[in-house]
Design a protein around this ligand. Structure first.
Ligand code: GLY
Length: 419
């Protein structure tokens, strides 16, 4: 069967790479793809929100039997619904289910209603009420734009002035457009963050191996938040005992809650968790594969991803045993200098004698006149899979020395601080 994949980042490269291993997958198309994805898939410059052209592409390629929608925006805007209405088979939640990521206030109220542990919060759509509230809190607190904001809509505030500025930026200056019409103000919780991606068909929900993202741009979690500077899997702090408890108290109740609300979830449901001595709470849901977590989780997957996706669509996930390699993986993101602020693109990427078992997942790259060039903030994800975390980290950092481009930046501490 031919497959269409929607998206263009490292996550999509990892999905394409995993699907390509399936003997049942013939050709992969990717819209719009990137300089690395085009080595394993046929890419065409059609944007992920250009639903009419995506439909036309499907009409012109009748051998495509499955469309995988990876990014948040098209999911939130109902691409899966449109594909299904037009008779196409699609992997990903419909618009009603993707709302669990598209509206933070919806997600928080869902957790409150169904007793799913989450930090305390209040929702505001009035600026003055929000300001009055933040003036009377103990700090730090977290101010969040309700809607999708390219991962930048969550602001940790250490003092009243920071929170007043954040509320103003989001609600009045409309820094994130209509995503900031409503805000959530949340209690700040200290703890270890763990990401749990799950496959969910609405009847059965199966967690993938745990992972940990690193959002800050510099070592020791310093500097601005980014789309992710690296990840490792599995997380040593997420023990089987904790996993059982989280499954029973968070994961299964969330699937059931979505069913109760008439929004059955089919696709990848992501749980961003925070753990401390008080227990585990949900910081955020995503309605898709996380990035860069996908770049460490899918390399550990032994079961055919295509079979899993088909089972999710057909609500037969209970019939599939999902197997994972008993190994560890580490992914380091190489970024353009200056990211997540301003940066220059178009630099030649030199990839030396990188070892065969190292995976290079491209994000912001493009091919120009036969050369690979930088074309975004996050450029490449470099992943190693080894017997344990130390060996994976050593392999990945040794191989990064063989890659360079003007201004290249990466964190040197991914997988070191892991307890
Ligand atoms: N790593 C978090 C996300 O994908 O949004």
């Amino acid at each position: 069967m031919d497959i269409l994949l929607i998206g263009k980042g490292g996550r999509e490269h990892a999905i394409a790479w995993a699907l390509k291993k399936s003997p049942k997958v013939n050709k992969i198309y990717c819209l719009p793809g990137n300089g690395g994805i085009e080595e394993i898939a046929e890419c065409e410059k059609i944007g992920v929100m250009d639903f009419n052209r995506i439909l036309k592409f499907l009409q012109e390629h009748p051998d495509i039997g499955l469309t995988v929608v990876a990014p948040d925006d098209p999911l939130a805007e109902g691409l899966v619904d449109i594909l299904e209405e037009n008779g196409y088979r699609a992997f990903g939640p419909n618009k009603a289910a993707a709302h669990i990521e598209a509206s933070k206030s919806f997600a928080k109220n869902l957790m409150k209603k169904y007793n799913i542990p989450t930090p305390k919060f209040e929702v505001f759509d009035d600026y003055h009420e929000a300001i009055e509230y933040v003036r009377n809190q103990t700090y730090p607190i977290v101010v969040k734009a309700d809607g999708l904001a390219l991962g930048k809509g969550v602001i940790i505030c250490n003092k009243i002035q920071d929170a007043e500025n954040a509320v103003y930026d989001i609600m009045v200056a409309e820094r994130f457009g209509k995503a900031g019409k409503t805000i959530v103000v949340e209690e700040f919780i200290e703890g270890k963050e763990v990401s749990i991606l799950t496959f969910c068909d609405g009847k059965t929900i199966k967690p993938m191996v745990s992972s940990q993202d690193h959002k800050r741009v510099f070592d020791d979690d310093k500097g601005l938040n980014t789309g992710g500077m690296g990840a490792f899997s599995p997380s040593p702090v997420y023990t089987p005992q904790i996993a059982d408890k989280v499954y029973n108290e968070i994961i299964l109740p969330t699937m059931n809650a979505m069913n109760q609300e008439g929004r059955p979830f089919k696709g990848v449901l992501y749980f961003g968790l925070i753990m401390n001595e008080e227990g585990v709470k949900v910081l955020e849901y995503n309605a898709r594969f996380g990035d860069p977590e996908t770049q460490v989780v899918l390399p550990l997957l032994e079961t055919d991803l295509f079979d899993i996706m088909q089972a999710v669509i057909d609500q037969k996930l209970d019939q599939i045993k999902i197997k994972w390699q008993n190994k560890s993986s580490v992914c380091i993101i190489l970024t353009s200098g200056g990211y997540p602020l301003e940066y220059q693109s178009g630099y030649k990427i030199n990839i030396g004698d990188v070892e065969d078992d190292i995976l290079l997942f491209h994000a912001g790259t493009k091919k120009k006149d036969g050369d690979l060039r930088t074309a975004g903030g996050r450029v490449l994800g470099v992943t190693a899979v080894k017997e344990n975390l130390d060996k994976a980290r050593e392999a990945v950092y040794n191989n990064i020395k063989k890659i360079n481009f003007e201004g290249m930046h990466y964190r040197k501490d991914i997988g070191i601080k892991n307890d």
